[in-house]
Write a protein that binds this ligand. Structure first.
Ligand code: NAD
Ligand code: DAU
Length: 351
């Protein structure tokens, strides 16, 4: 039986990836290694937690000896690495945390894989999940391609860029079989409400202001999270070792336009009169170093591996809002306690 290690599987994207793999590979053991930071939540996986091919391991990827121990114990064939500090605003407040988890944590996993596989790389794979933010910021035109030079602008993207470089360096230097994919902004069920879409849904439900950074003119390319999980699965199955794949939905939205659609969808679903939630929009101080635009050219994964997004944005945003409305207790649990301190720290000085 093959053992697949997925890191960060209790987080937003990781939980969708774990679910897909546990359901798809009954003959393989799927291990989910997660520290359960504020962003990790085992509630995201209650539907599969009792499956016989699923094992949860609580642990920190920054702890190198612990990582070595679990590799020795379980002899993983494949690593799909998602664990990370993922929120740009937190990286501005506390960059070191990002260096520890995103860089040191990744190198610990690379070292453990190298040691365990010991030069015999047949059927082994280290698959690193990265972001389009490593390419920097675009003006009005153009796209990020797989060979776009790296130009990270935030501590978060700098830490992810660094981890990508280490992954490639381990292939170049030690022959480790690696693949990297760089995806655009994800949205959908289980996203922690520090990110734009779930934060704004939560604020609308509590009739709180909707803090738009700057003029709301920044552009992001949005992909439904299940489509990202399916892309990861496609790359796991068919991706070529040593390659990079960009993943995106060809679905660009100016923040303000997206926020207006979100307000309209929530208003319709909760029975507000039209325009109610838009009134909550408040322009606040911009994010420091705010990247203007991200846009992924996803032609390589589409043409070479046959993946494509399954959902149109209108459908995806509807499903997302439905999930948050049906899971208000999840939302309440994750927004109590320390979330309130976080919110105060991030937003009180933006007025
Ligand atoms: P998330 O913040 O929702 O989840 C991160 C998970 O990693 C959490 O479960 C957390 O507990 C775990 N984790 C954090 N530090 C850890 C540590 N030291 N040891 C073990 N586990 C730890 O993040 P996400 O949005 O699901 O992103 C997952 C991955 O995908 C990240 O690598 C991120 O850079 C990348 N990515 C995210 C997006 C996006 O839009 N969210 C887009 C492209 C790429
Ligand atoms: O592009 C992929 C990246 O997308 C991932 O690598 C990151 O992990 C993920 O967090 C996301 O980064 P962004 O910074 O683009 O996502 P966020 O949801 O934080 O912000 C989206 C846009 O909305 C961005 O232009 C900032 C703006 N924004 C965000 C928040 C939280 C606001 O205007 N107000 C807010 O309160």
């Amino acid at each position: 039986m093959k053992n697949i290690l997925i890191t960060g599987g209790a987080g937003f994207i990781g939980s969708h990836v774990v679910r897909l793999f546990v359901n798809e590979y009954k003959d393989r053991q799927i291990f989910n290694l997660d520290k359960l930071t504020y962003a990790g939540n085992l509630e995201n996986l209650t539907d599969i937690e009792n499956k016989s091919n699923y094992t949860f391991i609580k642990g920190d990827i920054v702890d190198g000896s612990f990582i070595d121990e679990i590799f020795e114990k379980y002899n993983f064939d494949t690593v799909i690495h998602l664990a990370a500090e993922s929120h740009v605003d937190r990286s501005i407040t506390n960059p070191l945390e990002f260096i520890h988890t995103n860089i040191v944590g990744t190198v610990n996993l690379l070292n453990a894989s190298k040691k365990q596989w010991d030069g015999s790389f047949t059927d082994k794979l280290f698959y690193h999940i990265s972001t389009d933010e490593v390419y920097g910021s675009l003006d009005d035109g153009g796209f990020f391609f797989e060979n776009t030079p790296y130009d990270p602008q935030s501590p978060y993207s700098a830490s992810k860029a660094s981890s990508d470089h280490f992954v490639r360096a381990y292939q170049n230097t030690f022959g480790l079989p690696v693949i990297i994919s760089n995806c655009s902004n994800n949205y959908g069920p289980n996203q922690f409400p520090e990110k734009l879409i779930p934060l704004f849904i939560n604020n609308i439900l509590h009739e709180k202001s909707l803090p738009v950074y700057g003029k709301g003119e920044n552009v992001r390319d949005w992909l439904y999270v299940v489509d990202h999980a399916k892309a990861i699965h496609t790359i796991f199955q068919k991706g070529k070792v040593g390659e990079t794949y960009n993943i995106g939905g060809f679905n660009e939205w100016k923040n303000l336009d997206l926020i207006k659609v979100l307000c309209k969808v929530v208003d319709e679903k909760i029975g507000n009169s039209p325009g109610t939630s838009e009134k909550l929009i408040t322009y606040v101080k911009d994010r420091a170093g705010h990247d203007l635009r991200y846009a992924i050219d996803a032609n390589k994964i589409m043409n070479e591996l046959g993946w494509e997004p399954s959902l149109q944005f209108e459908e995806g945003i509807g499903k997302t809002v439905d999930w948050y409305l049906e899971n208000k207790e999840w939302l309440e649990r994750v927004t109590s306690g320390t979330y309130l301190d976080y919110y105060k720290e991030q937003y009180q000085n933006r007025k």
